[in-house]
Design a protein around this ligand. Structure first.
Ligand code: ASP
Ligand code: MG
Length: 416
């Protein structure tokens, strides 16, 4: 890069647990300051401290069990705003000039919807001016402003999306800092010999994030993929390369499976004895989509005397509304009983290498059978296999498939 031309900025995003205490805020500020002193133009994006978002929600629900979404957003956005001011002020004590901005001061415009708003556009001029003047800019994550001038939030974990969107708009790179040092082949708390991935492709990362890996928000990965933003997942508390999310991984995968995930916050809704006519599934799932409820693994059993059972999974937080919506739809169709089963877990394997290798699914099923685990339902895509199992079998199932596909530390050579 030629002398005098501005370097492309780096967006450093820090998660809530990295900011949970004053000591941690200092560590974060220290990291930002170091980067700034190295000559980088730094935009920091911060989440609400610790469990602030959940605490704010609890306080609200105590007073208003079913609060208007607008007021939820008004309240939740304050969590990130506090973090931004705290980090900027702490940077000042280190002799670094920093300015905090809310989402709207940072120019983030969203669609009109609340709680899961989509970013429509960013006007980054103010950030650019502040960076050019040598300031660090600290942006409150997870929030924007809609065309009505109302505060909106971007969905749980939405600060990742703020960071990626800012990086896209500023032409910079994005580093997501948390208390884990990257993306692992499995959650190391469940599978102790899981290992950190040097790289992972956007599509694999999107699947893993959607399947319960908590390092990065799926929507943020999708946005990064669409806009070609380089994303790196790193630890706030350790130096190290972390994991790079890239378009493709450079080399062809030696192994069919890149990573695994266990999601224990799922529930299964069973609709019994639904009339088996064309358009029935469409009516049930249209009603759910309007919810809006994301439906995952769907199984329809063979019909019997003109009736069929339809089962599907949803996230646990959507389970109650999903059951109610399905019950109303099934009743309209003259179907039978609708029930909800929260005693399930979803074990998933993700890998771009699956496309070119047959037999991955059968190996998963064989592995679970050898463990004596019963599979309740299965769903697959080109790069993913998910099995629904009883919740008590979830942990054991994850450990078994992780081992079976040679993903353990030092186990790499014996794969295939
Ligand atoms: N504070 C919000 C949440 O807990 C957003 C975020 O952390 O990214 O979901
Ligand atoms: Mg949070």
């Amino acid at each position: 890069m030629s002398e005098g031309s501005p370097r492309s900025p780096v967006v450093m995003k820090f998660g809530g647990s990295s900011l949970a205490t004053p000591e941690r805020v200092r560590v974060v500020a220290e990291r930002i300051a170091r980067r700034h002193r190295q000559g980088d133009a730094v935009v920091a994006v911060v989440s609400a401290q610790g469990d602030t978002t959940d605490e704010l929600l609890a306080r609200l629900h105590e007073l208003a069990p079913d609060p208007p979404a607008r007021e939820v957003d008004m309240l939740l956005a304050t969590g990130e705003q506090q973090s931004a001011a705290l980090v900027a002020a702490t940077l000042g004590t280190f002799g670094v000039s920093a300015v905090s901005l809310t989402g709207w001061q940072a120019g983030i415009v969203t669609d009109p919807s609340h709680r899961r708003a989509r970013i429509h556009g960013i006007a980054p001029e103010r950030i650019r001016r502040l960076l050019a003047a040598g300031h660090v800019v600290v942006v409150a994550g997870f929030q924007g402003l809609n065309d009505l001038g109302d505060v909106t939030t971007l969905g749980r974990g939405g600060s990742d999306l703020t960071a990626v969107a800012l990086a896209a708009s500023l032409g910079g790179t994005c580093e997501i800092y948390s208390d884990v040092d990257g993306v692992y082949t499995a959650d190391p708390r469940i599978v102790p010999d899981a290992h950190r991935l040097e790289t992972i492709s956007y599509d694999e990362m999107m699947e893993l994030a959607a399947l319960g890996a908590q390092v990065l928000q799926a929507r943020a990965v999708e946005h990064a993929w669409q806009h070609g933003v380089e994303v790196q997942a790193r630890s706030t508390f350790a130096d190290g390369p972390g994991t790079k999310v890239l378009a493709g991984t450079g080399t062809e995968r030696i192994q069919p499976v890149t990573g695994t995930a266990l999601d224990r916050s799922v529930a299964r809704i069973l609709c019994e004895r639904v009339p088996d006519r064309p358009g029935i599934a469409a009516q049930i799932f249209d009603a759910l989509a309007e919810g809006p409820i994301n439906v995952d693994v769907i199984v329809q059993s063979p019909s019997h005397e003109g009736r069929t059972d339809i089962a599907f999974t949803v996230s646990e937080e959507d389970a109650l509304p999903a059951e109610e919506i399905a019950r109303a739809a099934v009743a309209r169709l003259g179907g039978g009983h609708v029930s909800r089963d929260a005693d399930v877990a979803k074990v998933s394997l993700v890998g771009a290498g699956m496309v070119s290798r047959p037999g991955v699914a059968s190996r998963v099923f064989r592995t679970l059978a050898d463990e004596g685990v019963n599979i309740i339902a299965i769903s697959t895509s080109e790069i993913k296999i998910s099995c629904l199992v009883r919740r008590e079998d979830g942990q054991r199932s994850l450990q078994a498939v992780h081992r079976a596909f040679g993903l353990g530390e030092g186990q790499e050579e014996q794969a295939e």
